[in-house]
Design a protein. Structure first.
Length: 408
């Protein structure tokens, strides 16, 4: 039997949980270190799934058919400004929520292997392993360290300090509203579909997800929306991220710190620009929040023969491809397969990087193409013309949050 080892997993969100489950399945022992001191369930909003994600859930030992992962939709719709359907396409898909998927993945971990409140201070690669040191004075030793600590990865910052996220010129307003709070007409139009509204230079999309109690029964679900809007970094973005006390945040702001006037302006714009169905969704969302859209790409996913970068620690694509969680899961799957097949950790990491680096680069390229028309203020005339084809209703329905069109 192949010798296994001990993996230190930095980051307890999706990528870290997939890595933990898959490495456990290969006979490794794992310890997951999450910097947040409290439970993470309930963070985030909607997540688009892909067939690859269900294959990897099965590899984790989770029966994806019976796990009630999310809400099924039958297809896609595009609405015009007056609320009329101007495009429709059959595209069965399952949409889930961050909290639901997190709970499914965490449930099967061995007792005591998930540690809250461990903020990474530094990593050191030694001849026979790797050491993680935390700011609470503790340290952990293992054979492999998996950096699954997100877009602002402390591991990546130590080894590649120049690799930083890049703000791309637009934001996403996001939010969730209880399906039961919507009018019957809006529920009928939106809540069984992946739906879109397309103001000039912008994009609104939405789909149903599980309810606050994780119910997927009609009438008890929520509707998740994402509204992409241009915001120049030194103008509109600064205005959006200046909080109720006049403090300007860099690239994010706690939802409860957003100024009421900013939310009022957003709701007013929804009435002016969006289909009536989506304008109602925005109006009835109690606490919308802002996501500054960024992308990130790293030149390496293997460091020092002992460290693997995966998920958002390595590549963050604009959300239009809907691949963030699936990409992290596939990274974790490739890593687990490599450590099982290769004679040592260093060789496994070389193979892991060979497989996943080019794919991460391809996802970034694809997402940039799909989001380009929302950067009209910084594009040339030629770039705008090329980008315009991606905002046609048929293109939007065929390209958004699907894995086709991405090739390494």
């Amino acid at each position: 039997m192949k010798e296994t080892g001990h993996a230190l997993i930095i980051g307890g969100s999706m990528g870290g949980l997939f890595a933990a489950r898959l490495l456990l399945g290969k006979g490794w022992t794992v310890d997951v270190y999450e910097r947040i001191s409290s439970e993470l369930a309930g963070r985030g909003a909607g997540i688009v799934t892909h067939p690859e994600l269900f294959d990897i859930l099965d590899a984790c030992g989770i029966d994806s058919e019976n796990a009630k992962v999310g809400v099924s939709v039958e297809g896609r719709r595009v609405f015009d400004r007056n609320g009329e359907i101007i495009g429709e396409k059959s595209h069965p898909q399952i949409l889930t929520s961050w909290g639901r998927l997190y709970a499914i993945l965490k449930e099967g971990l061995p007792e005591g292997c998930y540690h809250h409140g461990y903020n990474l201070q530094s990593v050191e690669v030694e001849a026979d392993g790797v050491v993680a040191r935390f700011d609470n004075g503790s340290e952990a030793r293992g054979d492999l360290l998996v950096a699954a600590d997100g877009i602002f990865s402390a591991v990546r910052a130590q080894y590649m300090p120049d690799v930083m996220p890049n703000y791309v010129g637009y934001v996403a307003w996001r939010g969730l509203v209880d399906e039961a709070d919507l009018s019957a007409d809006t529920r009928s139009a939106l809540c069984d579909h992946f739906a879109f509204s397309l103001p000039t230079g912008e994009q609104m999309l939405g789909y149903p997800v599980a309810g606050a109690d994780e119910s997927i029964e009609p009438g008890h679900r929520r509707f998740n929306f994402v509204w992409y809007r241009p915001a120049a970094q030194e103008g509109g973005l600064k205005e959006l991220l200046t909080d109720v006390d006049g403090v300007t945040h860099a690239l994010s702001i706690p939802p409860n710190r957003i100024r009421p006037a900013v939310i009022d302006d957003m709701r007013s714009a929804a009435q002016d620009l969006l289909s009536p169905q989506f304008a109602e969704v925005v109006a009835k969302t109690a606490q919308p929040f802002i996501q500054a859209i960024q992308d990130l790409e790293t030149p390496r996913m293997s460091i020092g023969g002992r460290i693997a970068l995966l998920g958002d620690a390595a590549f963050v694509a604009r959300p239009h491809v809907g691949m963030g969680v699936t990409k992290a899961a596939a990274d974790a799957f490739a890593l687990a397969e490599a450590v099982e097949a290769q004679p040592d950790v260093a060789s496994a990491l070389e193979e892991f990087e060979r497989q996943r680096l080019a794919y991460g680069q391809a996802v970034i390229r694809r997402a940039r193409h799909l989001g380009a028309y929302m950067q009209a203020q910084i594009l040339t005339d030629e770039e705008r013309a090329m980008a315009e084809r991606h905002r046609h209703p048929d293109a939007i329905m065929s390209e958004t949050a699907v894995s086709t069109g991405i090739a390494a």
